[in-house]
Design a protein around this ligand. Structure first.
Ligand code: NAD
Ligand code: RM4
Length: 256
């Protein structure tokens, strides 16, 4: 019970990494605010997660709202406080990666990616931090950045800067918020099999290549991120702030 009675907000929690993290946080005793896109499919998926969380004796609510909307963070915080009285942990996880070549990148694709992954996140982190400051009990903010914050991708020129931006945001926020005992850290997943890369990894050659690049010989699963996120959320990491944790099966270090 590493997160007993804590309130955890996770954006993009209806599927993939966010969902796995939400369920593990609930298993560790937390009540969960599930952020999702607000589209019907997100709402339906959130309902099934709420049911799973109820089955293990915890509580969850869902809030449907576009992560690219600069007001979404305030909405999530407001709903969390209404339902559970406080916010202890904020996990900024929602993100998109519409793979596209650089030379003909449509402006709309670029802007949608930056708005969803970084611009909305900035103000969501701000909203969570203001609530935590008001509570005077500290808190933990975690950004789901990426190995792509550190290395490039031919079809990810719009995406990798957002992930580097999130990593940098956590570093600066660690400096800005340390005086309130609000810790800010980033997890950097490698390649995790989820909907975000389903199409990209549908090519069996690319799938085999990406798996073989890891030291552990396999792609990640969403559940592989759950433990690291719980660790950073909990008091087990009480002296960890401004850090980034690669969760990539050894992909980054594997040059030859
Ligand atoms: P996913 O597609 O399964 O999940 C993405 C989540 O973000 C979904 O719940 C989706 O509804 C939500 N989302 C997308 N657009 C949104 C919007 N406009 N408003 C609200 N929610 C929105 O993929 P995932 O792999 O679980 O991705 C989660 C995070 O992990 C992303 O930020 C992604 O960049 C990051 N990440 C993933 C990988 C990987 O290999 N899968 C690697 C590194 C980082
Ligand atoms: C990650 C990393 C993965 C890719 C996903 C979409 O940050 O680049 O390889 O599959 O994004």
């Amino acid at each position: 019970m590493l997160l007993k009675d804590k309130t955890v907000i996770i954006t993009g929690a209806s599927r993939g990494i966010g969902r796995a993290a939400a369920f593990e946080c609930a298993k560790q005793g937390a009540n969960i605010v599930i952020g999702h896109s607000g589209r019907p499919s997100g709402g339906q998926a959130a309902q099934s997660l709420i049911a799973e969380i109820k089955d293990i004796g915890r509580h969850a609510i869902d809030v449907g709202s576009d992560a690219a909307n600069l007001d979404t963070g305030e909405l999530l915080v407001r709903e969390a406080v209404k339902a559970f009285g406080q916010v202890d942990v904020f996990v900024n996880n929602a993100g998109i990666c519409p793979f596209h070549s650089f030379l003909d990148m449509p402006r709309e694709t670029y802007l949608e990616t930056v708005n969803t992954n970084l611009n909305g996140a900035y103000f969501a982190v701000q909203a969570a931090a203001n609530q935590m400051k008001k509570q005077r009990q500290g808190g933990s903010i975690i950004a789901v950045s990426s190995i792509s914050a550190l290395v490039g991708g031919e079809f990810q020129t719009h995406y990798t800067p957002t992930k580097a931006g999130l990593l940098s945001l956590m570093q600066s926020c660690a400096v800005a918020l340390g005086k309130y005992n609000i810790r800010c850290n980033a997890v950097l997943p490698g390649t995790i099999a989820t909907d975000i890369n389903k199409e990209d990894l549908a090519d069996p050659e690319k799938l085999a290549y990406m798996s073989s690049r890891t030291c552990l010989g396999r792609l990640g699963e969403p559940e592989d991120l759950a433990g690291p996120i719980v660790f950073l959320a909990s008091d087990m990491s009480r002296y960890v702030t401004g850090a980034s944790l690669l969760v990539d099966g050894g992909l980054f270090v594997n040059l030859q």
